[in-house]
Design a protein around this ligand. Structure first.
Ligand SMILES: NC(=O)CCC(=O)C(=O)O
Length: 287
């Protein structure tokens, strides 16, 4: 693919079920429609292929069924596909990784990211989530350079960690994917605010395909969004499964960054984020 500064992106909002085969059929249909509509990059939500993949009952190694489908479609249709996430098998372990794959227009994996922050919280209704019971945290911050821009990776609960997003921006990311299965209980108050904040503070596009509706574990918030580097929501999904389209403009992004200077004007010597720096600050205060 020749480098593109302006192009159409498609974001697919899904209500993934526990039936892998049904989900893959549906995913193929959405990809074909989005490619037909001229999208160069198609993005999916977290746990896109099977909703109970937060449990160890289903996981895939690289080259598994979901992987092969997306690779084949990316190549046949000549599009980039960000596969949201699915469970990646860890040999000889009861746990798995929650992993995103990016396929280029030849069907080759050009990016792979393992969710770093596991969803271990108690929501406002008292429901406890312990993703770390089944998921091993990734250890790598991932940005890949493509003809469609520099693409950074995060997954769902990662959205709450500005340090990761700042690091992605410092590593050059212009677009950050945040495929999600976001809880309605938290999402109704936090989802849009967090996405807009991450976009504004880093001067990036936030591409957030979400799950929708009742799934095996909870009610997912939906409201898949695309936020531009100014913090404006430029596409928002309504109820149910659907494809959203948005226009990416990387020259517009560069203009906003030049104006705001957010990355250049940091005073990182004053607020180093290491544990040591915090200790130094406490000691200086005499506390
Ligand atoms: N799958 C997740 O990481 C859920 C994140 C979420 O709902 C949140 O509130 O954060």
């Amino acid at each position: 693919m020749v480098p593109c500064r302006q192009y159409k992106i498609a974001i697919v909002q899904l209500q993934t079920s526990c039936q892998l085969k049904d989900n893959l059929v549906k995913i193929e249909k959405f990809i074909r429609v989005a490619a037909q509509e001229g999208a160069k990059l198609i993005a999916f939500p977290e746990v896109m292929n099977i909703i109970d993949s937060h449990t160890p009952s289903y996981s895939e190694s690289d080259g598994g069924e979901t992987f092969r489908l997306l690779s084949r479609l990316a190549k046949t249709l000549g599009v980039y596909i960000h596969g949201g996430s699915w469970s990646e098998t860890i040999p000889a372990s009861k746990k798995h990784y929650n992993t995103s794959y990016l396929f280029d227009d030849k069907g080759i994996v050009v990016g792979k990211y393992r969710k770093i922050h596991t969803f271990d919280i108690t929501d406002p209704s008292g429901q406890i989530y312990r993703e770390s019971d089944t998921v091993t945290s990734g250890q790598e911050v991932v940005v890949v350079e493509t003809p469609l821009g520099k693409l950074g990776f995060a997954i769902c609960y990662d959205l709450r960690f500005p340090e990761l997003h700042r690091l992605l921006a410092l590593k050059g990311a212009e677009i950050i994917f945040n495929p999600s299965d976001f809880n309605l209980m938290t999402g109704k108050d936090h989802w849009e605010v967090l996405l807009r904040a991450r976009a504004i503070e880093n001067g990036v596009y936030m591409i957030a395909a979400d799950q929708y509706g009742q799934n095996a574990k909870m009610l997912a918030y939906g409201n898949s969004l695309v936020v531009n580097p100014w913090g404006t929501v430029i596409a928002r999904a309504g109820d149910g499964e659907q494809i959203l389209y948005a226009d990416i403009d990387l020259d517009g992004l560069a203009e906003i960054r030049n104006r705001m200077q957010t990355l250049e004007n940091r005073q990182s010597e004053v607020y180093r984020l290491s544990e040591n720096a915090q200790n130094v600050a406490r000691n200086t205060d005499g506390k």
